[in-house]
Design a protein around this ligand. Structure first.
Ligand code: IMP
Ligand code: MG
Length: 178
């Protein structure tokens, strides 16, 4: 059990199982993209650790890039992607896999996918470490998902609470109801 800013988190998925799940998803990508070149697009900050482990399991020809989503904020927040910070590579005609930490309501990913399709990518697929289907507000087509999780706040292996806990090797979940 660990405690961050007054909240308690309990061990949920140990490191070894996370690694296994990441490997399994990488093997599917290796199979599906055989003979092609893939652009992995990691979404900062949360996906940095997943992306680092995923890319080391890939045998397909790949390039890895990172971007940060900047969305509109305020009273009428739609979560719409305003800009993808640091995304400078041309995507026309490329096969892109978005690498995300978790798809929750799906709002972020929905807008992100539209943004990337507008950039002329040949194909855009989603590879997420986790998905919380119970929380979905917008339908998102997720091709690669390492773990489906229940509606509990998750911490560790890249995911944060108040920007803390990202470096934890294991995955934790909030103890009790949120
Ligand atoms: P969505 O737009 O609701 O799908 O939110 C996606 C983003 O919210 C993710 O990329 C995470 O950064 C963050 N997020 C959602 N659920 C959790 C969680 O359980 N722990 C930590 N961050 C989360
Ligand atoms: Mg994220």
């Amino acid at each position: 059990m660990i405690s961050i800013d007054g909240l308690k988190f309990e061990l949920y998925i140990p490191e070894a199982e996370v690694k296994q799940r990441v490997k399994a998803v990488a093997e599917r990508i290796n199979e599906d993209y055989k003979g092609r070149q893939v652009i992995l697009l990691g979404i900062l900050n949360g996906a940095f650790m997943f992306a680092a482990d995923l890319v080391r399991e890939l045998t397909v020809d790949n390039e890895i890039h990172f971007t940060k989503v900047s969305s509109y904020e305020g009273t009428n927040s739609t979560g719409e992607v305003k800009e993808l910070i640091g995304l400078t590579i041309p995507l026309e005609g490329r096969d892109v896999i978005v690498v995300e930490d978790i798809v929750d309501t799906g709002v972020t990913m929905h807008h992100l996918l539209n943004y990337l399709k507008d950039k002329g990518a040949r194909s855009v697929e989603v590879c997420t470490l986790m998905s919380k289907p119970e929380r979905r507000q917008v339908e998102v087509d997720i091709k690669y998902c390492a773990m489906v999780v229940p509606d509990k706040f998750i911490l560790g292996y890249g995911l944060d609470y108040n920007n803390k806990g990202r470096g934890l090797k294991d995955v934790y979940q909030l103890k009790g109801e949120r």
